[in-house]
Design a protein around this ligand. Sequence first.
Ligand SMILES: NC(=O)c1ccc[n+]([C@@H]2O[C@H](COP(=O)([O-])OP(=O)(O)OC[C@H]3O[C@@H](n4cnc5c(N)ncnc54)[C@H](OP(=O)(O)O)[C@@H]3O)[C@@H](O)[C@H]2O)c1
Length: 349
Amino acid sequence: MKPIRWGILACGTIAHAFAEASVLVPDCVVGAVGSRTLSKAEAFAAQYGICRAYGSYEELAADPNIDAIYVASPHSEHRTHTLLALRAGKHVLCEKAFAVNAGQAREMIAEAKKQGLFLMEAMWTRFLPVYGDIKRLLETDAIGEIRMVRANFSIRQPADPAHRLYNPALAGGALLDVGIYPLTLAAMVFGSRPKAIHTAASMTPQGVDEQSVITLDYGDGRLASLTSGLSLSSPNDGFILGSDGYIQIPRFWAADSYRLCQADSNLAQTHSFSVSSFDDYGDSKENPQCRLVERYQNRYGYTFEIKEANRCIRQGLLQSPQMPWSESVAMLELTDAIRAKWGLRYPFE
Ligand SMILES: NC(=O)c1ccc[n+]([C@@H]2O[C@H](COP(=O)([O-])OP(=O)(O)OC[C@H]3O[C@@H](n4cnc5c(N)ncnc54)[C@H](OP(=O)(O)O)[C@@H]3O)[C@@H](O)[C@H]2O)c1
């Protein structure tokens, strides 16, 4: 099978994860990388054996030997870089949060439709196999009536005003970066249209959200209690709580296991998912590809979104049924509404 040829736009933290994960996906090759700085692109390309390095995103987008572009820039730039890639005829996988607001997301989607190209938000959590299992459990009433979702995702990022997470001009703040994950977990369980939103946030001196609590009310007694922070130490588990049991998901945004606790049973069952085999690469540890696979297997979680993007591109789909455009827009409508309650607008909005 001819591989899908990817270009990586921007050489920051997550771009490395994508490059490493791409090695684990058999029908995928990273053919080029673009940075605002040529030497940075060249160093990145050398690190991963990528053939072509460009000192501008425009040159990357114009590369005729690339099928798709992975947009790995800060939130504030997703709209511009996605439009650039689509207008150059490339399919796009764009990092989360898909855009800064729902209006930008609609514009990106309209362009993908116009160009007849695939576009998807790289919300990798949605593609993790754990959630296929959990969905089936919830459908079989394993924990009774689902009443509540509880989730936190906080990091401890030193308060450097120049860092993108603290910079309002780059759409910094916890919500779009880490807060989007608890919102995603709630959406996967209850849907993305709560009936009411209650929230409070404390702001950094730069004016972005440092930490927040969000309560979403879905009606009929179904609630989600979600927190996130930039400078907060906290267990980052997710919980789905039911009338007859609960599911605990350690590191729920990157989950490779879950724990099912049923109220009437003394047994708590833990289910784990791991890199099952290197079958796609053959057994031989002499195979250099195998060695790379072993080195990068902690990036395994990112392979599922890449596989889904490749599948959709091959089938000529414009959007993924697993991460449809409507869902990306709905999540940003939610973050727009939350930010409105806090009075947080980014300077370019
Ligand atoms: N899925 C995940 O697990 C995950 C994890 C972390 C981040 N993310 C997402 O990935 C995106 C990037 O995050 P990151 O942590 O990789 O950020 P980062 O380390 O700051 O890298 C962002 C890169 O964007 C490029 N860029 C373009 N315009 C820029 C500007 N005006 N200011 C600063 N950088 C600019 C730069 O690359 P060049 O200098 O090479 O042009 C920079 O290195 C965000 O959307 C974030 O939410 C996802």
